[in-house]
Write a protein of this length. Structure first.
Length: 529
DNA sequence: CGACGGGACGC
DNA sequence: CGACGGGACGC
């Protein structure tokens, strides 16, 4: 954006209006003229306030601060009449983590031979307070978490952003049940900022307000969030080690043989099927699946079928999916696993694709005797166990759980060759595309209405709406049958309407229309002071 | 040590 | 028909 050159030889009081064509307002701040000030601290805490010596020049600050990130603006304040520097400056970064790190590294450092400079997070114009932020207010984040998340889960999810001082899970005092919230205290503000910027967006990480500033609501009680808020975590397979659906299913861990170990793993011999060494390779399956599925989950799932003796999951960097390898101690179990679990949607909308590791599918399909033996061998009781895990959970207190929909909602089409193709939607969709970063400016918003009052699971909606690119977010309003999809690109949004309007996702018919402008924002802008 | 030209919707 | 999301800590 800005650069030292853009401001020529100015080394003082930089005004971005200078030299601008007033008819060509290409500012991306969405505010014209005097309203620009309100965007100065976006994102929050991305602007520094400096006390420097009066000799410090614009260019000097630029050269010093640019190593910490993308500088958007630097202003050195000067006396209106005398044009003398006031020894005060603002440095605006594009990210709070950059500003914080610059502050951490440079606060107290001397410029040339002058006094040490003092660096603070700039107070935003709209903050209505003149108090400076302390580090304690910049190092603790508040996050939403699944109900069964522990402090250790918090640690393992947030330690990548920096050194953690402690983690807290809020629990009910009498029952000990998690409230679905947690705190993470980092050692440094930049680490908390990195967590807010880069952690899984389902954590909804924000800076925690200091405890002493929190106020009770008018009833004098602490505000409790509605239960529906946790719905996403109930569904969410990507979130942690073992989601509810996989709990208590199959073995949790398996020995990891060497990768070149293609020999038989010693397992319980299957009496009525003698392993044929020439068919040994048919014990191996490859699984292409959603990257959120872990080895542990894959093990639990494929462990439902007896004879699992190897399971691993690796990142497929090229296709940005996850590749699983599964081996059974007999070909029958492998065939059965493929038969029963292929196209299983986990998360909903992401069918896993199972293939034999070698190209032997032709040999094991159709009336192949081995296949028939396998189907007899693996009993109906095992199958009943599989399906019970997918239907049991529809009941108490967890009525929103996804399993029943997952099994019923898929559309099956039989191809000429006899294969089934399973899809969670009637729409014809291009391949999955990555979501746009959360802070991407929204260009188009869609209004999404569901035919039934129970909308499809969020993963399925995201899966469908992401395929046109530039999807920022899609959400349904709690206990409503409508929601909004935000796109960072108009043509992506247009393509989503074309492909998805009138189609079904998980058995729910959708209307997809351009959304009216948000009512609240219009009001806000009107009354902004 | 120390805070950002001033201004502020529009029926 | 179907219009605008959710957040807090016993001291």
């Amino acid at each position: 954006m800005a650069s030292p050159e853009a401001h020529g030889d100015f080394d003082v009081d930089v005004d971005r209006d200078q030299g601008r064509d007033p008819d060509n307002d290409n500012d991306d701040d969405g505010f014209g003229g005097p309203y620009r000030n309100f965007n100065r601290d976006d994102p929050p805490n991305s602007r520094l306030f400096l006390m420097v010596n009066k000799a410090t020049k614009y260019r000097q600050l630029w050269d010093l601060f640019e190593q910490f990130g993308e500088i958007q603006d630097i202003r050195v304040l000067k006396d209106r009449d005398t044009q003398e520097s006031k020894g005060l400056a603002y440095v605006k970064f594009s990210k709070a983590s950059q500003a914080c790190r610059a502050m951490e590294e440079l606060n107290g450092k001397k410029l040339r031979d002058g006094k040490p400079m003092k660096i603070l997070i700039a107070q935003s114009r709209t903050s209505h307070t003149n108090r400076d932020l302390e580090d304690a207010e910049l190092t603790r984040i508040f996050v939403m978490i699944p109900k069964n998340f522990t402090e250790n889960d918090l640690t393992s999810n947030f330690e990548e952003f920096g050194e953690i001082e402690y983690c807290n899970v809020l629990r009910d005092k009498s029952t000990g049940e998690s409230k679905g919230y947690g705190y993470v205290r980092f050692m440094r503000p930049s680490q908390a900022a990195l967590a807010i910027e880069n952690s899984d967006r389902r954590f909804r990480a924000i800076l925690a307000e200091p405890k002493y500033r929190l106020n009770p609501n008018p009833q004098g009680d602490w505000h409790q969030p509605p239960e529906s808020m946790h719905a996403n975590f109930g569904y969410d397979p990507c979130f942690q080690g073992v989601p509810p659906i996989f709990k208590n299913m199959g073995p949790k861990t398996l020995p990891l043989p060497h990768f070149d170990d293609f020999g038989c793993h010693p397992g319980p011999p299957l009496s009525n099927l003698t392993s044929d060494d020439s068919l040994d390779f048919s014990r191996w399956l490859s699984v292409t699946m959603d990257p959120c599925i872990t080895r542990e989950q894959l093990t639990a799932l494929f462990g439902l079928i007896p004879g699992l003796d190897f399971c691993d999951a690796q990142k497929d960097v090229i296709n940005s999916c996850r590749l699983g390898y599964v081996r059974y101690n007999n070909p029958a179990s492998a065939i059965y696993a493929k038969e029963k679990l292929n196209q299983f949607e986990y998360p909903p909308g992401s069918p896993m694709m199972i293939h034999f590791a070698k190209d032997v599918e032709a040999a094991t399909s159709g009336e192949n005797p081995l296949r028939l033996m396998a189907l007899q061998l693996v009993t109906a009781q095992v199958m009943a166990e599989v399906s019970s895990h997918f239907t049991d959970r529809a009941q108490p207190g967890r009525g929103q759980m996804v399993q029943p929909q997952m099994m019923q909602s898929t559309q099956q089409t039989r191809h000429a060759n006899g294969d089934f193709e399973t899809s969670f939607t009637t729409a014809r969709l291009p391949p999955k595309q990555p979501l746009a970063p959360m802070n991407t400016p929204m260009k188009e918003r869609l209004f999404v209405v569901c035919s039934s009052s129970a909308p499809p699971p969020p993963e399925a909606l995201t899966n469908a709406f992401c395929r046109f690119g530039n999807l920022i977010e899609i959400y349904m309003l709690p206990s409503k049958s409508y929601g909004y999809a935000k796109y960072a690109d108009e043509s992506s949004a247009k393509a989503a309407i074309e492909a998805l309007h009138g189609q079904e996702v998980c058995g729910v018919r959708l209307k997809v229309l351009p959304a009216d402008p948000p009512k609240e924002e219009a009001r806000k802008r009107k009354h902004t002071v």
